[in-house]
Write a protein that binds this ligand. Structure first.
Ligand code: C5P
Length: 232
């Protein structure tokens, strides 16, 4: 039952993407004639169930200014030192116009190949869930733990082991509170589910698709091109 509940999106896009070794942050690299960030934003701006989208940006970001994007659903927030700070800033912007029990889908700017069907599946699976959850992928490879010198210490059983993807969908008030309290404890959580887990909540995992890659290394851009071409 969705009732009057609204769905919002938060897109952290204030990273520098050092591992990409590019001349600009990876969210501004070009993919099929548009920036990675534009592809990502359109996934949510075009979605009829999403009321508004907050993008977290580095202060004075010249690449963003050059895009000169405007859309009635689009808002911005200042980026922070780490992803979790950027997300929290965006949630605080949302708190001025949304209600605490509204759902928020947080999605990395660097994941431009997210399928509409995965957004729909996440929303359908979690709308009636008490906590919320995230898209993920069951681990396919055999998993090893090593020491700092890359010597294998053990094989980690992969049963019930998942890769955490985004979007991650939680209620606005609970997520903001969970992130604030994680930061107070000095925990720089790398995803929203971690913050909820630290708050004693049990998020639900929803299986997504493997083409929802996070562009991180130079070869990922080529892969994203192939996935987008296939989706077209
Ligand atoms: O660096 P990484 O790929 O983990 O970043 C994930 C997402 O978080 C990216 O979309 C990046 O732009 C964003 N981010 C952010 N603020 C930071 C660091 C990363 O919004 N300080």
């Amino acid at each position: 039952m969705t009732g009057n509940l609204k769905f919002w999106a938060v897109i952290p896009a204030a990273g520098v993407g050092k591992r990409m070794q590019a001349d600009r942050p990876k969210q501004y690299l070009e993919l099929h004639g548009r920036t990675v960030l534009e592809h990502t934003l359109m996934r949510f701006l075009d979605h009829p169930q999403i009321t508004g989208v907050v993008v977290a940006l580095t202060d004075g970001d010249p690449y963003w200014q050059r895009l000169a994007l405007s859309h009635p659903k689009l808002m911005s927030a200042p980026g922070g030192e780490e992803r979790c700070h950027s997300v929290l800033n965006a949630l605080q912007v949302l708190q001025q116009r949304a209600t605490e029990s509204d759902w928020v889908l947080v999605h990395d700017a660097a994941r431009p190949c997210l399928r509409r069907e995965d957004v729909d599946r996440l929303i359908a699976a979690l709308t009636d869930h008490p906590v919320g959850g995230l898209l993920g992928l069951p681990v396919a490879d055999t998993m090893k733990r090593t020491d700092a010198e890359d010597t294998v210490l053990e094989t980690v059983p992969r049963d019930n082991l998942w890769r955490a993807l985004t979007p991650q969908m939680f209620r606005l008030g609970e997520l903001a509170q969970a992130l604030e309290s994680a930061l107070k404890k000095g925990q720089l959580v790398t995803d929203e589910a971690s913050a909820m887990e630290l708050a004693g909540k049990a998020p639900k995992m929803v299986e997504g698709h493997g083409d929802n890659i996070k562009i991180t290394r130079p070869q990922d851009l080529r892969l994203a091109e192939l996935y987008l071409a296939e989706q077209d």
